[in-house]
Design a protein around this ligand. Structure first.
Ligand code: SF4
Length: 326
């Protein structure tokens, strides 16, 4: 017999909306074999409202030495992680990386830089705009997603004028606990304001976060609702891979069951958006990766993440092709 909490959540399939308390009930009370019933519902909701979207791939165009102190991040200058650091890559290097991605069949390319962001059109920001122009000229059907941190209305508009299609700005966790769980060198309000500027200039948004930072079930539900309330088009979800040298290095890794449940709840709260999984698929989920994909995800980030490697692009493409069989 179906657990009554899940039975109630079936209203999402008919266009109904979960309240915060209903979502919280699912997150906190559904466990054991009921998780598979939850997965089944989340996949039906995904199939009906979101379908499946081809994977995307990213380039870390500037690495490390970041002035910010995000607790999970290998690239913060405040931590000692020993990762490779480099300045902004040249536009030719970015084009070569984009061509490699294109050759694998991927048509969405993320250009990502470390750092606080660009509230002014600095010389470095101008170099980024020139890069976007070059990518668009050489690979016109490649969708360009950028992730550059905090923006002003002016810099958001410039990105729109230079072919940026989508922007990645993650809330990372429950916005109300951002300063405590993520960073106190910038605020979540600045991030939300950036998303508003992007929406004003017509750039779509990919806004998600990380599970397993030490947050509660309530925090996970709050993040899902914050994403819903922002009205963004997509959401990347990650699971923390504790990195040596960061304040979270000794954080226990989430169980596969808790990751699956977190994704399923996120999907039930956000039925129609593109939901993709990024870091943590291979390392945390291992043999449960397929189950994760069936828990409401509609896409993947492929070909490696910012500071960790991932599964082959070819395998991921095949994976997505078969998703709609379920
Ligand atoms: S997440 Fe971004 S802003 Fe935060 S430390 Fe890492 S690179 Fe810097």
């Amino acid at each position: 017999m179906l657990n009554p909490i899940i039975e109630n959540a079936y209203k999402v399939l008919d266009g109904g909306v979960l309240t915060r308390e209903e979502a919280f009930d699912i997150a906190e009370k559904i466990d054991g074999e009921d998780i598979l019933d939850l997965v089944s519902l989340a996949n039906k909701v995904r199939k009906k409202f979101a379908g499946a979207t081809a994977p995307c791939s990213i380039l870390n165009a500037k690495s490390g030495v970041c002035s910010q102190n995000c607790r999970f991040c290998a690239q913060s200058g405040a931590h000692h992680t020993g990762i490779e650091t480099y300045d902004l890559v040249s536009k030719e290097e970015a084009l070569a990386a984009a061509r490699n991605v294109y050759a694998t069949g991927v048509r969405t390319f993320g250009y990502v830089t470390s750092g606080y962001g660009y509230k002014q059109a600095t010389p470095e920001f101008q170099k980024i705009l020139e890069t976007l122009d070059l990518l668009h000229k050489e690979l016109p059907d490649l969708k360009i997603c950028v992730s550059l941190g905090i923006l002003s209305r002016e810099t958001a508009k410039l990105l729109a004028d230079h072919h940026a299609w989508r922007y990645n700005m993650n809330l990372q966790t429950n916005p109300k606990r951002y300063a405590e769980l993520i960073s106190d060198t910038h605020s979540v309000e600045e991030k939300i304001q950036t998303i508003r500027f992007l929406q004003e200039v017509g750039i779509t948004n990919c806004t998600g976060g990380i599970f397993g930072l030490g947050e509660t079930w309530r925090d996970r539900v709050e993040m899902a609702f914050a994403v819903r309330e922002l009205g963004v088009e997509g959401s990347p979800l990650n699971v923390l891979l504790p990195i040596k040298g960061t304040p979270l290095e000794n954080t226990p890794v989430m169980t596969a069951a808790d990751v699956v449940k977190s994704v399923a709840v996120f999907r039930l709260v956000n039925p129609g958006i593109m939901l993709k999984f990024a870091a943590g698929r291979e390392t945390v989920m291992k043999d449960f990766q397929g189950l994760l994909m069936l828990s409401g995800l509609s896409s993947l980030m492929t070909g490696g993440y910012l500071t960790t490697r991932g599964r082959s692009v070819e395998d991921d493409m095949k994976f997505i092709e078969q998703l709609d069989r379920f």
